[in-house]
Design a protein around this ligand. Structure first.
Ligand code: HSE
Length: 298
């Protein structure tokens, strides 16, 4: 059977105030090849066979999750991860990339019977929230509403000159842990704080109004509680502001921190790189542009 090649972008979710709602695809990619076989499933990393149990593999689990919903009969798959540039457990959508890659491959295996909306619904059901999987599927910056499993989304018009400096530490933060530290209930003022900023963020991007952008990335729903999981967050955010960013936020549930830039990106990356090098943990910084296309099946 023929090989299905899938290229999936990284994603940054929440973008400050848009907890479980806002997300954006980035030009940083994983690529997988999936082939249906008559034997048991095998996982390869760049053509080297993995000894890990395939049943724990998220790409595999996502393929069969989608196939089972349509009672598609299968024996196994050869899954080859040919490129893995999205760092794992760093808040850049590595799980969403596995899920979207797996569901997209399953769609081809079933003769392309799924609509984009169905791919998104299945992927969101597996992931539990839509803010990474939707931009991974459709590209760009996206607002998503998950209404009882039906995901509605709308792409946001993005000023072309914005770039995103991802500051990625060596330490991981698991999404499970970073969701556990969040409270069950919020004060009314905190809800108003976030609603005003999330809506102003969308409006400012649409109007290309960078003056009010900084306050739009503030958040009281998740970042204050996750601060303690990410060493040096406050000093990195302060340095980013000093170096001229238009805002910063925790990427997804962390551990990556994101600075939003509209000028002097190279200077920012050099100076911030020097600053990060002085910290106790090892950090790397990469400059990313939004990906506007989303998943590609070849
Ligand atoms: N919205 C999710 C969270 C993204 O912040 O927990 C995690 O990938």
């Amino acid at each position: 059977m023929s090989k299905i090649k899938v290229k999936i972008p990284a994603t940054t979710a929440n973008m400050g105030p848009g907890f479980d709602t806002l997300g954006m695809a980035l030009k940083l990619y994983n690529e997988i090849e999936v082939e249906e076989t008559y034997t048991e499933t095998e996982i390869y990393n760049d053509n080297v066979k993995s000894s890990d149990d395939y049943k724990d593999n998220l790409i595999y689990k996502s393929i069969i999750n989608a196939l089972d919903r349509f009672h598609y009969k299968y024996n196994g798959f050869k899954i080859n991860v040919i490129k893995c540039d999205i760092p794992m457990s760093r808040g850049l959508g590595s799980s969403a990339a596995c899920i979207v890659g797996g569901v997209s491959a399953a769609n081809v295996i079933m003769g392309n019977r799924l609509t984009i909306e169905e791919i998104i619904s299945i992927a969101t059901d597996i992931e539990g929230h839509p803010d990474n999987v939707v931009p991974a599927v459709v590209g760009g910056m996206v607002v998503s509403i998950n209404e009882d499993g039906m995901v509605n989304y709308s792409k946001i018009s993005m000023p072309g000159q914005l770039k995103f400096a991802a500051m990625i530490p060596e330490f991981e933060v698991s999404t499970e842990l970073s969701r556990k530290v969040l409270p069950e209930f919020y004060k009314k003022q905190d809800c108003i704080f976030n609603i005003s900023r999330a809506t102003m963020l969308v409006s400012s991007l649409y109007n290309e109004d960078f003056n009010s952008l900084r306050m739009c990335f503030d958040d009281k729903i998740h970042q204050p509680y996750r601060n303690k999981l990410i060493n040096n967050l406050d000093s990195i955010f302060a340095k980013s502001k000093e170096l001229g960013s238009v805002g910063e936020f925790i990427s997804g549930s962390g551990s990556t921190l994101m600075a939003v830039l509209n000028k002097d990106e190279d200077n920012f990356v050099n100076k911030m790189g020097e600053f990060l090098n002085q910290l106790d943990d090892r950090w790397k910084i990469i400059l990313l542009k939004p990906d506007m296309e989303g998943v590609k099946v070849m």
